[in-house]
Design a protein around this ligand. Structure first.
Ligand SMILES: NC(=O)C1=CN([C@@H]2O[C@H](COP(=O)(O)OP(=O)(O)OC[C@H]3O[C@@H](n4cnc5c(N)ncnc54)[C@H](OP(=O)(O)O)[C@@H]3O)[C@@H](O)[C@H]2O)C=CC1
Ligand SMILES: O=C1O[C@H](COP(=O)(O)O)[C@@H](O)[C@H](O)[C@H]1O
Length: 601
């Protein structure tokens, strides 16, 4: 049968154009019409052919691995009695002469990349990692020879993993043309291997499977540790000793939390370095992959109008605000061990601060940027207890609905004092930022979901129009808002004359609203970061000295909060958070910018 399959008229088919008009049926004893080269993808799809349903026409997408891309061929079981079982068996047995065992064409000169999601059965893998990988595939950003492996203890077959991935996959691509077809093509590159995280033997079995897919090509391997932190080291040890690449690169993406204070973070780094070099470790902070965070440097360093203003001379304060309109919801077990300061401030908000405040790097090279970030972090004063306010959400009934308290979460120990809200004032003791408060505010179960950077500028000295603003001169200062999410935007609040004969001023926005300006969707942060890790770009990943500096700022206050058992200020679920945050800001002569003075937002 195989010789009939690869008959000449059909061979030209798969390697030529992807237009359906060029598809020609190739006669086969079982009356199938199919393309010349039946690849692995078809064999996987053939496994779907055994659908319990009645015979019907199938569209089988064929990833030819040719530069021309993808062709689609109709495979139609017809009335001649071919059973589904036979059809499946026929398709599964097909193999092109120049295919390797996994069905991909052999090309010894090219390298392959495998991405192993360790903890593939978990929440993050389903919510973020697989969707991001699919989006990258859809956008043709993944290398030609790639394989994705899910690894976890749960028992699953490849088909079950694929099913899980396709069911949970919701991402920006969903509404795009050909999404389903691309999804099918993507899924056939996804496999599953069940194993323990501390078993070298299980990782060695994975290694064997990876080698089969690599088909003799140079193998590059990326492991994404999407597992709880207490098993990071076991998994790194086993992956590096039993499944790292022999002839290409091996990289490991490590998810936060990177420890819970300076000591545990240093211990984690030390253990990781027993098995990996710093260059192999990609510590992910997904906020660095967000579009507007990446744009911060562009805004600052490529617009003459901003950089000269970027200092204590013109900037009165900077605010970094994160809020979520939902509670810990199921992640209370993890959260209670960390709290909002470790979950959001010490990493996401501090990383943004470092990018915002760093000096101009020598170049856009990862090391140059990270050098500047470390300098800023090391110029900062460790956070003092008096400059922190903590809160915890309590139950609240609104519109007949009762929203739970943090401690109502079954995974949270009763009487927990873990903060779900915090506000803090931080200072950078260097020439550029001396005396400028950097205020952070982060909370769960608040009134909205938002992440933004607010830059409040100083008053105009001797402002000719002061009297037009009445007594509230604060309202007259300029404010630059970088809204990271949702509904990405950058807007500058300016004072403007209201058109008309009188002299009335108002506050208006010069507004760059992304949805209005750009038709392209914004990629998810995980897409950018995964692609960077595959490409070896480290700019958006955290270096170990950055991490040390970050922990040095927060460790003393975290210890004090815990040792002194400071009671958080309770705020109702869905509110704007504890009033203490306003007093803290007022002590530093700051008014939070997110309190409703924005126009059109
Ligand atoms: N979920 C999220 O939104 C975010 C998560 N993170 C981080 O990403 C990582 C993964 O998060 P998430 O997916 O939520 O984690 P999960 O709790 O869902 O764990 C992932 C997988 O790890 C295995 N696992 C869980 N607990 C244990 C255990 N005690 N011992 C051994 N294996 C275990 C399970 O797989 P199996 O039983 O099949 O082996 C599970 O499916 C964590 O480090 C987390 O802090 C970071 C940011 C956001
Ligand atoms: O790292 C984390 O981030 C999420 C918020 O991420 P976002 O991209 O949805 O803004 C947060 O919910 C979670 O607690 C934290 O661990």
């Amino acid at each position: 049968m195989a010789t009939t399959l690869y008959s000449t008229p059909c061979r030209s088919l798969a390697t030529s154009s992807s237009s359906s008009s060029s598809l020609q049926p190739c006669p086969l004893s079982s009356n199938l019409a199919y393309p010349q080269r039946v690849t692995f993808s078809q064999r996987f799809l053939a496994s779907k052919v055994s659908l319990k349903s009645q015979p019907q026409p199938y569209q089988i997408p064929v990833h030819t691995q040719q530069p021309e891309g993808t062709v689609t061929a109709a495979v139609t079981p017809v009335e001649n009695g071919t059973s589904h079982k036979q059809l499946k068996a026929d398709l599964l047995s097909l193999k092109s002469p120049d295919e390797s065992e996994d069905g991909f064409e052999k090309d010894e000169n090219e390298s392959s990349v495998s991405i192993t999601v360790v903890g593939a059965s978990g929440d993050l893998a389903k919510k973020k990692i697989f969707p991001a990988l699919f989006a990258l595939y859809y956008e043709d950003c993944l290398p030609k020879h790639f394989t994705i492996y899910g690894y976890a203890r749960s028992k699953m077959t490849d088909a079950e993993l694929r099913n899980m991935v396709s069911k949970t996959l919701t991402c920006r691509i969903d509404k795009r043309e050909n999404c389903n077809e691309k999804m099918d093509q993507f899924l056939i590159r996804c496999f599953y291997h069940s194993g323990q995280y501390d078993s070298q033997e299980n990782f060695a079995a994975l290694d064997k499977k990876l080698k089969e897919h690599e088909g003799g090509r140079t193998s590059n391997r990326l492991f994404y540790l999407s597992i709880p932190p207490n098993i990071f080291i076991d998994a790194v040890k086993c992956a590096s000793l039993s499944a790292s690449s022999g002839n290409g690169w091996t990289r490991v993406i490590v998810e936060k939390p990177f420890g819970r204070d300076s000591e545990s973070s240093a211990a984690l780094t030390k253990s990781l370095k027993q098995y990996l070099t710093e260059d192999q470790i990609f510590r992910i902070d997904h906020y660095l992959g967000k579009e507007l965070v990446e744009n911060l440097s562009v805004l600052r360093f490529s617009n003459l109008i901003f950089e000269p203003l970027w200092s204590r001379q013109y900037i009165r304060n900077v605010q970094l605000i994160f809020s979520e309109d939902f509670g810990t919801e199921g992640r209370g077990g993890y959260f209670d061990h960390y709290g909002i300061i470790r979950d959001i401030m010490q990493n996401h908000l501090l990383q943004i601060l470092a990018l915002f405040a760093m000096e101009t790097p020598v170049s856009l090279d990862a090391e140059d940027i990270r050098n500047e970030k470390v300098k800023v972090l090391r110029s900062m004063r460790p956070l003092r207890l008096e400059d922190v306010v903590i809160g915890q959400y309590k139950s609240h009934t609104r519109g007949g609905v009762t929203y739970p308290a943090y401690v109502d979460d079954k995974t949270v120990p009763s009487g927990s004092l873990t903060p779900t809200f915090a506000a803090a004032a931080l200072f950078i003791d260097n020439a550029r930022w001396d005396g400028v408060p950097f205020l952070m505010k982060a909370g769960k179960a608040l009134h909205n979901k938002r992440a933004e950077i607010r830059v409040q500028f100083r008053h105009v000295p001797g402002n000719l129009y002061n009297r037009n603003f009445g007594t509230d001169l604060d309202r007259a200062t300029n404010e630059l808002v970088i809204r990271v999410q949702p509904d990405e935007a950058i807007y500058l609040k300016i004072n403007n004359k209201v058109p008309g004969l009188g002299m009335k001023l108002d506050r208006s926005n010069l507004n760059l609203h992304y949805a209005a300006r750009y038709s392209k969707e914004i990629p998810d942060a995980y897409e950018r970061l995964l692609l960077d890790a595959i490409e070896g770009e480290r700019r958006l990943f955290i270096r170990s000295d950055e991490l040390d500096a970050a922990w040095s700022l927060f460790t003393p206050v975290l210890k004090e909060l815990e040792e002194k058992k400071i009671i958080p200020e309770y705020y109702p679920y869905g509110s704007r958070g504890p009033v203490g945050a306003h007093y803290l800001a007022a002590r530093h002569n700051v008014r939070w910018g997110d309190l409703g003075t924005d126009v059109d937002h």
